[in-house]
Design a protein around this ligand. Structure first.
Ligand code: GP9
Ligand code: MN
Length: 414
């Protein structure tokens, strides 16, 4: 009901909704490009196998960007769609299923919808079937103007793998649409090649496979390397089209690609005896890279998550989020005690990791007194519960800042 909405609104209002003055509006009026990197985890960044870098392009791009090296995915069963949901709404995904399927008809105040008021045109590019993850029905609810999907691309046996175009062909074909869009634009590009089970054409393999007992882990590195090359090419094309200098580029990993079934191979890669519960949590880090034209790079090690992207991006574009109903915090704010909550109720703070009902010291990986985690545990539960209530009750209908508000007076009074 609207009462529940008011309670939740009061809760999110007391959260730190501020922005860093030095960063607020630095990218005002710029185009936005989001790149969702399929299954890309942070452990590939600045690492080599067989003497070769896994992500040479990203490693260099990070040096001229803001790079968040303690950034976690917060996805559940909705995988890529959950990442999209959390990144653009600053709400948690649901504990089961995908919000894209179960609540596509809700009222949302997603980033593309907000940016419409600032003259932005918004579009998504993804070469899979438009109905996958119910995207064709969900995107209009998020405020997207256009969805370029499988039917907008030319797929052949040569240029495709798995569910769609190879990333490089995907970017090549997307660029011709992109350069015709009205500006400023807000766009999202969802890559696909680095998807389980990580198969690529041998001629697209730029590095050798890894050598472990897991075929999946072995193949993962060449497909990550392939996507890295495709993004390099895309950035180059943006420069050639004169779009690079007036565009803010946000690159994020959507969720893990290597599950706990491959712990032995991961232990080998990380040079550890075993993968502990704390290691497993740390493996949930995904890259977040924000490139702002004419700003130099910096690595920021704040504990953060996908839920924080929306307010951060809006602030960079000079848009205040003081009245937004969202759970994230601007990534550029120095928080005393940051907390990242995962969809299953586990969490990470500066000092603690809580997972599978056990509290651990982050430094040592040793179990510690449950009590130390208790206050965070309560907060984590509260966050998830309130976010769920918003979605299950379609409560953003009652948000007065929601322009497309369809809640009528009668609904509000009941
Ligand atoms: C499907 C692509 C991958 O279109 O986004 O989805 P995933 O299986 O990673 O959720
Ligand atoms: Mn995915």
């Amino acid at each position: 009901s609207s009462n529940t909405f008011a309670e939740i609104e009061n809760y999110v209002k007391v959260k730190d909704k501020g922005a860093t003055p030095a960063m607020f509006g630095v990218a005002k009026g710029k185009n936005v490009i989001l790149i969702s990197m399929e299954s890309t985890q942070s452990f590939v960044i600045n690492r080599k196998i067989n003497g070769e870098e896994i992500t040479p392009f990203l490693n260099s791009f990070i040096k001229e960007s803001y790079y968040f090296d303690q950034f976690y995915h917060q996805t559940g069963q909705g995988k890529t769609s959950d990442a999209e949901f959390t990144i653009e709404n600053s709400l948690y995904p649901l504990d089961r299923g995908s919000v894209f399927f179960t609540h596509f008809n809700n009222e949302y105040t997603a980033t593309p919808e907000i940016l419409k008021d600032y003259g932005y045109f918004s579009a998504v590019f993804h070469s899979n079937d438009k109905t996958f993850w119910n995207r064709d029905l969900m995107y209009p609810s998020l405020g997207y103007d256009r969805y370029y999907h499988q039917q907008d691309f030319v797929g052949t046996q040569q240029n495709s793998v798995g569910w769609g175009l190879k990333d490089k062909d995907f970017f090549t074909q997307s660029i011709s649409y992109l350069k015709e869009l009205p500006q400023p634009f807000y766009t999202k590009f969802i890559t696909l090649t680095n998807h389980f089970p990580f198969t690529i054409d041998p001629k697209d393999r730029l590095i050798e496979e890894y050598n472990s007992e897991s075929e999946i882990v072995n193949r993962y590195f060449p497909t990550v390397r392939y996507t890295d090359e495709a993004i390099k090419y895309f950035i180059q094309r943006l420069k050639e089209e004169g779009l690079y200098d007036n565009t803010i580029i946000v690159i994020y990993g959507d969720h893990y690609g290597i599950s706990e079934n491959h712990n032995a191979a991961m232990a080998q890669f990380l040079d550890k005896n075993e993968i502990t519960p704390v290691d497993s949590m740390q493996l949930q880090r995904v890259p977040l890279i924000i490139h702002i034209p004419k700003q130099s790079g910096q690595t920021i090690s704040k504990v953060s998550g996908q839920i924080d992207v929306k307010p951060t991006l809006l602030h960079l574009l000079g848009i205040s989020t003081t009245h937004s109903t969202e759970f994230g915090t601007d990534l550029f704010i120095k928080e005393k005690d940051p907390l990242v909550v995962m969809r299953d109720g586990s969490f990470i703070t500066n000092d603690y990791v809580y997972t599978k009902n056990i509290c651990y010291a982050k430094q040592t990986g040793e179990p510690i007194e449950e009590q130390l985690c208790e206050p965070y545990k309560q907060k984590a539960k509260f966050e998830l519960r309130n976010s769920d209530k918003l979605i299950y009750g379609d409560l953003l209908r009652f948000d007065p800042s929601n322009k497309r508000n369809t809640g009528t007076m009668t609904t509000i009074l009941e």
